[in-house]
Design a protein around this ligand. Structure first.
Ligand code: ATP
Ligand code: MG
Length: 180
């Protein structure tokens, strides 16, 4: 399993549709300060279901939508698609290629899709939860975050182990069932 392509449109500094192709192995994103490198990582976290505006370095979720520049007006929606190569079947879905899409509208409302079919956020979370990818997962380690891991309380540390062991999915299901 590996990330194949990431397409961003109207997300943060990427006003026009921009596609990144990833090969298996290590990818480096290089560029001057403020050119949008971290925005690429934010787009990855966002499309995988990130719900925290702060994690995405904004104040509110709407801040991910292209806000306009002196040369270009603001846009009404942000859309990010991530295509994952699933030829080894690690994602629990019968497709050898899986595209997750998330759209947010400035006027309110958001949409998620898997291979073009509308789904709920929960479906995306469950699809990714045993892979180590996705929301609240520690596959994305931001600057200064190593500290958080080193200073974790025993409960938080248990969370990391549960995440690695793939227990989170079942905990979420249990919590959801208990809320009903
Ligand atoms: P550094 O090397 O300093 O870490 P970087 O390449 O990681 O820089 P980013 O933080 O990804 O840069 O990009 C910052 C740029 O993205 C800023 O110019 C900021 O104005 C722009 N930006 C962020 N959100 C939006 C938005 N909603 N609309 C338009 N531009 C945005
Ligand atoms: Mg950066």
């Amino acid at each position: 399993m590996h990330l194949k392509t990431l397409t961003v449109r109207g997300f943060k500094s990427f006003a026009s549709a921009t596609r990144f192709d990833f090969e298996p192995g290590i990818t480096c994103v290089v560029g001057p300060n403020g050119s949008g490198k971290s925005n690429v990582v934010d787009a990855l976290a966002w499309v995988m279901g990130e719900q925290g505006a702060k994690t995405l370095r904004g104040g509110k979720m709407e801040d991910v939508i292209f806000a306009g520049t002196s040369a270009r007006p603001a846009l009404g929606r942000a859309e990010v698609s991530l295509t994952i190569d699933n030829s080894d079947g690690r994602l629990p879905i019968e497709f050898s290629e899986v595209t997750i899409t998330r759209t947010l509208f400035r006027q309110g409302g958001s949409e998620y899709a898997i291979n073009g079919a509308p789904v709920r956020l929960l479906d995306i979370q469950e699809l990714l939860s045993d892979t180590g990818l996705g929301r609240e997962m520690h596959v994305i380690v931001g600057q200064g975050q190593l500290d958080t891991v080193l200073r974790a309380t025993p409960t938080e540390r248990r969370g990391f182990i549960e995440e690695a062991a793939g227990v989170l999915k079942h905990r979420r299901r249990k919590e959801k069932a208990l809320r009903k």
